[in-house]
Design a protein around this ligand. Sequence first.
Ligand code: ZN
Length: 316
Amino acid sequence: MSLKLSRRAALAGAAAAPLSATLAATVTATIATPVQAAAPAAPSKARAFQIGDFTVTTLLSGSVARDGMKEIFGGGAADADWTRVAEENFVSPDAGQFYFTPTLVTTPSSETILFDTGLNAGSITAALADAGRTPEDVDVVVLTHMHPDHIGGMMSEDGRPTFANARYVTAAREYDFWAAMEAGNRVGDLVAKNVTPLAEKMSFIDGGGAVISGVTAMPAYGHTPGHMNYMLESNGAQMVLIADLANHYVFSFARPEWEVRFDMDKAAATAARREMLGMLAADRLPMIGYHMPFPAAGFVETRGDGFRYVPVSYQL
Ligand SMILES: [Zn+2]
């Protein structure tokens, strides 16, 4: 079809040779002027939101296309129900896109906090640069949990700590679980390389513990043994960082009981999802989810027996 059209176009062009010559000269002149052919700027990997005195900046450290969504997010789902939820929400039942989004929290009066560190040092450093920051600006690194996509940026490629000035905060039960892994476990080995060498700079908190004033841990165990969420609270404004509580913006909200392959304790993860998403919907609080489509911030509403994620537009 396109071949036929171009042949026709070529014939028409031959019949109007003088005009073609003029056009060719114009095109050549345009191409030879680089100012007119400037490439569009790459989209920013940083997006800032204001929550009271907290500036909350989501940092895209990577994104990757995946298929087999039902095998990952639809454990226990009936085929017909799975397809219906996908169609109702305008997504493919098979193909999807993963996002990896650490969050920076800054305030005029306290330490600068980075929640999780992305896939590797290079990608989190590049996203920080888009926010006008460097790894040296980070005072505290909070690890919501220790899966590789959250601790991958802790060490640079030459084995030095990426965040040279940082102290670290995580849940004791998370650290204890992974630090006790025998060699050969994929996650345990990365923890041994990226996390345990920093143990003496690390402090441990439980649910209710504060990182700084206004940043409070909320237990959300199940995804991993010590996975925690964080409430941000400033001047009466609130936001919850839900980390990996819900890992797909359609399926994990619509059917919180569908089992997710990455959740280690499926029943506990489902219970935590229902409880947290229920609270976010009831209180109409904004949230940031580590694996939500960038910029990874939104709201939650109830829908039927489940929920629906409503991405931010210009509210924050
Ligand atoms: Zn994750």
